[in-house]
Design a binder for this molecule. Sequence first.
Ligand SMILES: [Zn+2]
Length: 377
Amino acid sequence: MTISVPDVHRRAIVVDGHCDTPYRMLRHNVHLDEHDTEAQADLQSLLAGGVTASFFAAYVPPYYADRGALAFCNRAIELILSETARRSDVLVHCTDAAGIRAAKASGKTAILIGVEGGHAIEDSLDTLRALYKRGARYLTLTHVNTNNWCDSSGDAGRHGGLTRFGQDVVRTMNDLGMIVDVSHVSDNAFYQVLDTTRVPVVATHSSCRALCRHPRNMTDDMLRALAKNGGVCMINFFSAFLRDDVAQAIMAAQKRVKPQGLGGTEELPNDSTDWDDYLVWFNNLGCPIAELDDAADHIVHAAEVAGIEHVGIGSDFDGVPALPRGLQTAATLPALTARLLERGMGEADVEKILGANFVRVFETIEKGHREQKTGDR
Ligand SMILES: [Zn+2]
């Protein structure tokens, strides 16, 4: 199947805020350019989809919290760096917005590193700084598990939001010029992060709760607060975050399976169940499949509520078991662009959503870091 690529998609800087491909490569022991029937994003589809920059997640499953989280994180970072170097003919590891622009100019695909799961820093600001030095440009403050300093939306929480140390984490990230990723955090933690940060923050892979009542999604109030902060919400393509009936079905089933688990991989029923079991579990629920228009609906809604300047895309490719029909691999991204145009969105607005908004916010965060440095002297 060939997908026609709209001109604006070719022209645009296309940024994917969150891609779990490293975790798939670790699980399946495959390279990025090797065939894998389960791949939602691989080298071929990233290139075909016109992706300028993708944040590859150095995802740390909650299982590793307080037992080797940093080691697992470093393993994932190592993999991202080596896979990028292995195909330096078409890929380039980037650490800033200028690098994304340069990649676009040279026709390469930029790979950036985002650490997912605040437990990765093992409660140490020095470890956070070390991860930044290794190339990590965001930290998702929690995964589905509450850690020692920040509440997650994936469990009951225990801090009422963000602890004092959690505030230090946010401030240290501001100082470093590292993006604070608020996807996965509890509502309280989200607002407390906004009260703490002095630069915009990003939800790298979150959709809209007004359309789909999953606690992982952003309420309209949160979207407005994020806009006021100057940040960007990058819409997640997982069917359970797009369609309310799918969200309700998996939440009901998770309640039956794990009355009080900490969660595992993205929405995993429990810590010890591996991904293959999860796929079987999810498929057995027989959930309806989302459509391309469901993803477009969330983008349009977020743009209406937060403003067109504050929306982006964060696919969650290779991190979720079900994607919308017509949006099932990175190669299909141009179809989403085409659908937004068909629905009447102007080219300039589509370009903002595809990546310009993110790049603007990234530059503002980097600038905050430079100003901090000058201010120190
Ligand atoms: Zn995630």
